[in-house]
Design a protein around this ligand. Structure first.
Ligand code: DAH
Length: 369
C-alpha cells in the first residue's frame, strides 16, 4: 500500500494523456498476470488507501482550475478500466476455481465408463440374433391384467397351469371382473396378445423383459427374473420353421457345434408344445456335472400358437372391427418360444449362483467389462 504517488509536472493535455496512459498500462499488466482479485481491487479502488483515491487527491489538489475537468474525465475513465479488469478477472474460470478452493492444476478424477450388466448383454445378444432374421422388438408392461397374462393365453380361471405361475397381485381389486385384475406378469407371453391385437400378420417379434413369480430364491431361482419371448405369425408357418429358427439361434448364441433337440411338452398357449435342449457346451455332449451326465441342457419352451389364442385375439379385434378375420387359424399359423435370460447367461459364463446378477458386487460385475 505504500506506493509512491507519481507526480505531475504539467497539466497540459499531452502530459495528462501520457500520465494516464502509464496508469492504464500498470492496471493492464497487474490484472493480466496471475493475481488475487481482491488484493488488486483494494490496491486500486480501496476507499482510503487505494491508488485511485491517493493519486486523484494529490493531482486534483495541485491542479489549476481549468485542468480539473479534463483530470476528472480521465480519472473516471481509469476507474472504468480498473472495474472492467476486475470483472474480467472474476469471470475467468481459473479465478473462480481458485476462489472456491479448487486447484485446477491437479489431475482430474478418473471415472470408469459404465458397461452393460451381464444380463443386459445377454438380452442384447439374443435380441440381435432375431433382429438379423427380421424380427423387431416389442415391449409390454410388468403390471399386467389377468386377461393378457393368463386368460387370452388359454389359461382359464382356476386352470391348474396357473399354479406353476403364482405371482404377486395388486391389492384391492376384488370388485373388478377377474379379467381386469392386475398382477405382476409371470412371463413375457402377454406381449404376444398385445401385439396381435394391435397388428395383423405377418408378425415377427422378440420381447425381452422382467417377469415375477412366487418362487423361493435359490442358486437357480429368483422371484424376479428375465425372459425373451418370440412370436412369428404368418401364412404357411410350420413346425419345421420353428425348429430351423431355434436351431439357428442356439448355434448363433452358443457356437455352431451346438446341437438341438425337441421334446414334447405342454403350454396352454401352444399346441403342439416342446422343450428345447442343446448339447452340453461344457462337455460337448459327453456327460458332466453341469448337464447331470445327460449330455443335454434344457433351455427353452416353444410350440405352435394354439388356435384358442388366435380366437382370443380375434374376439378382441372384433370389438373394434366386427368383420376382422386377420387371425383366422384356417389361413394363419405361427410359432412362439420363451427363454430365461439368467439361465442362458449362467451357461454362457459358467456362473453357478443366480444371486450374483443382483448383488451389485463390483468384483463380479467388473469381470464383464
Ligand atoms: N411363457 C412360458 C413360461 O414362462 C415360456 C414359453 C413357452 C413361452 C412356450 C412361449 C412358448 O412363447 O411358446 O414358462
Amino acid at each position: 500500500m505504500n506506493e509512491t504517488i507519481p507526480q505531475l509536472s504539467s497539466y497540459d493535455e499531452p502530459s495528462l494523456d501520457a500520465a494516464f496512459a502509464t496508469l492504464a498500462a500498470e492496471v493492464h499488466t497487474e490484472s493480466s498476470a496471475p493475481h488475487d482479485a481482491e488484493a488488486f481491487r483494494l490496491r486500486w479502488l480501496g476507499r482510503k488507501q487505494g491508488r485511485l483515491k491517493l493519486i486523484s487527491d494529490a493531482w486534483l489538489k495541485s491542479a489549476p482550475a481549468e485542468a480539473r475537468k479534463p483530470l476528472g474525465i480521465r480519472f473516471n475513465q481509469l476507474k472504468q478500466q480498473i472495474e472492467a479488469a476486475l470483472a474480467d478477472a472474476s469471470a475467468s474460470p481459473s479465478a473462480s476455481a481458485a476462489k472456491a478452493g479448487i486447484d485446477i492444476t491437479l489431475p482430474g478424477t478418473v471415472r470408469s465408463p459404465g458397461v452393460e450388466h451381464p444380463l443386459v448383454k445377454t438380452i442384447n445378444e439374443i435380441v440381435a440374433v432375431f433382429h438379423h432374421l427380421g424380427y423387431s422388438t416389442a415391449l409390454g408392461p410388468q403390471v399386467e391384467s389377468d386377461f393378457y397374462n393368463f386368460e387370452a393365453l388359454n389359461f382359464p380361471p382356476n386352470h391348474p397351469a396357473r399354479d406353476t405361475q403364482d405371482t404377486l397381485v395388486v391389492a384391492g381389486q376384488n370388485d373388478r371382473p377377474q379379467r381386469d385384475r392386475l398382477l405382476m406378469r409371470t412371463h413375457t407371453s402377454p406381449v404376444q396378445i398385445r401385439t396381435m391385437i394391435a397388428q395383423a400378420p405377418p408378425v415377427r417379434i422378440v420381447v425381452p423383459g422382467k417377469v415375477h413369480r412366487n418362487d423361493a430364491a435359490d442358486a437357480t431361482h429368483s422371484p424376479v427374473f428375465h425372459q425373451v419371448e418370440g412370436l412369428c405369425v404368418d401364412t404357411n408357418i410350420t413346425f419345421s420353421d420353428l425348429k430351423g429358427t431355434l436351431d439357428h439361434a442356439m448355434k448363433a448364441l452358443f457356437g455352431s457345434a451346438v446341437k438341438t433337440r425337441f421334446f414334447p411338452s405342454f403350454f396352454p398357449f401352444t399346441e403342439p408344445s416342446a422343450d428345447v435342449q442343446i448339447s452340453c457346451i461344457f462337455c460337448a455332449g459327453k456327460g458332466c456335472r453341469k448337464c447331470k451326465q445327460s449330455g443335454w441342457i434344457e433351455l427353452l419352451g416353444c410350440g405352435m400358437v394354439d388356435p384358442a389364442v388366435f380366437a382370443s385375439v380375434t374376439a378382441e379385434r372384433r370389438k373394434i372391427n366386427p368383420a376382422d378375420d386377420a387371425y383366422n387359424p384356417e389361413r394363419i399359423t405361427g410359432f412362439a418360444f420363451g427363454m430365461g435370460v439368467e439361465r442362458i447367461a449362467m451357461i454362457q459364463h459358467g456362473i453357478s449362483d443366480i444371486g450374483h446378477f443382483y448383488s451389485g458386487d463390483l468384483r463380479f460385475l467388473e469381470q464383464f467389462s
